[in-house]
Ligand binder design. Structure first.
Ligand SMILES: [Cu+2]
Length: 136
């Protein structure tokens, strides 16, 4: 009896993940298969700001907060907290940073070394956007 319940739950999870991975159409599957995480800080740093990647009934997911200001040399950490759907933290310029698709529990830390504005988004959810402002 219990075994069947576990199997059903597991099957449901696979379906949810599969739907997420391919639901966005072309981007999700292909984009993430070849995706390489970049821009993540390898040093142990204390982030100036922590942004939570959460679910949202209107936009599927949300960065909370999404718009943030840091000084040059400071870091931002994103914590994946959405239990159901994978998300990315990807700079619009596609070169500054990219977390690739990640699930709940993942943490991504970026240290900003240049002043400027860096818009970013989730590659499979067009309404998940934010901007980082880096001040000198
Ligand atoms: Cu997303």
């Amino acid at each position: 009896m219990n075994t069947w319940k576990v199997l059903v739950i597991a099957a449901g999870s696979v379906l949810t993940l599969a739907a997420c991975g391919t639901g966005g159409g072309t981007n999700a599957g292909t984009g993430d298969t070849g995706c390489t995480v970049k821009g993540n800080s390898t040093a142990a740093v204390t982030p100036a700001i922590v942004s939570n990647v959460v679910s949202d009934p209107d936009t599927v997911g949300r960065f909370s907060p999404n718009n943030m200001t840091v000084k040059v040399g400071q870091s931002i950490e994103w914590d994946w907290q959405d239990p159901n759907v994978a998300h990315t933290v990807t700079s619009d310029d596609a070169t500054s940073f990219d977390s690739c698709l990640q699930n709940k529990g993942y943490k991504f830390v970026v240290t900003f070394t240049q002043a400027g504005k860096i818009p970013y988004h989730c590659t499979i959810h067009p309404l998940m956007v934010g901007t980082i402002t880096v001040t000198p």
